[in-house]
Ligand binder design. Structure first.
Ligand code: IPD
Ligand code: CA
Ligand code: CA
Ligand code: CA
Length: 264
């Protein structure tokens, strides 16, 4: 039988070690490259951090697979067995420009089901973590189950891109929701935004385009505290392909889905 507590102990140790290396790198020269466009940034630290996890995991758990953003892991085409879905730096733009507001995200899946979720806010030294069924924690503090939410009292995380001309959603769809919520925020790290929903610091987060490594760790955290996780139509997330994402406190999914997203 899989010893999830043992895997969790290693994962926490490695994520903290990786975070320490990122902090040290602030005083070193970064190599910055672009990927698909001039704003799609990647650094030597994104690649080195993913390689660090790859080395540790393959040495300790040779039958586990790694599915990571920077391609240092395996060529994952299915989710059979144990797969670590890793974003070595989520919020690379913030890492480069701000040296804060980024996270390391890890979701560990077994046969496609989320078992362990970790999101590490390196600069604040806040590690959000859960082993499914054992409760979710921020460092050693247990996160309470999420209470029912309502739109009028919601702090919604949303990138301004989705209310301007874009290729994914008619900008008039989310405008009324932005008008009706208490406030909006945008942090530039999906993993942190998900961890903040799990911790009750945000009430909902909507975005049109994420990859599995952006949401795997955070989605498991939100589910553990009773929040709702889906695409914009309420369907389950695709942990191989990614796509749009809508997470919230209980109750808000229904209210937002029925009143604001029905014309999608
Ligand atoms: C990005 C961040 C960002 C989200 C982008 C992601 P990266 O991840 O999560 O908040 O809006 O869609 O690609 O590239 O910094 O790991
Ligand atoms: Ca990236
Ligand atoms: Ca990411
Ligand atoms: Ca990344």
């Amino acid at each position: 039988m899989t010893n999830w507590m043992e895997i969790d102990t290693y994962a926490k140790k490695w994520i903290e070690e990786a975070g320490e290396r990122l902090k040290v790198s602030f005083d070193e020269k970064l190599n910055i490259d672009t990927k698909t466009n001039p704003n799609d940034l990647v650094t030597n630290m994104d690649r080195e951090t993913e390689q660090f996890f790859m080395d540790k995991i393959t040495e300790t758990f040779p039958n586990h697979r790694i599915f990571g953003e920077e391609g240092m892991g395996h060529d994952v085409k299915d989710l059979q067995g144990i797969v670590w879905i890793i974003d070595p730096i989520d919020g690379t733009m913030n890492f480069i420009h701000q040296q804060r507001n980024f996270a390391i995200s890890i979701g560990i899946m077994e046969d496609g089901k989320g078992k362990i979720g970790l999101v590490y806010d390196v600069v604040h030294d806040e590690l959000y973590h859960t082993v499914r069924g054992q409760g979710a924690f921020m460092n050693e503090k247990k996160l309470p189950p999420l209470k029912q939410g309502r739109v009028s009292e919601t702090i919604l995380s949303l990138n301004a891109t989705w209310v301007t001309e874009n290729r994914k959603i008619d900008p008039s769809i989310l405008g009324p929701l932005v008008r009706d919520v208490r406030g909006t925020r945008s942090y530039g790290s999906a993993a942190l935004e998900l961890a903040f929903v799990a911790a009750g610091r945000l009430d909902a987060y909507i975005t049109m385009r994420l990859s599995p490594w952006d949401f795997a760790g955070g989605a498991i955290l939100i589910e553990e505290v009773g929040g709702e996780v889906s695409d914009l139509q309420g369907n389950p997330l695709d942990y191989l392909k990614g796509g749009p994402l809508f997470v919230s406190k209980p109750g808000l999914h229904k209210e937002i889905g029925e009143n604001y997203l029905k014309d999608l």
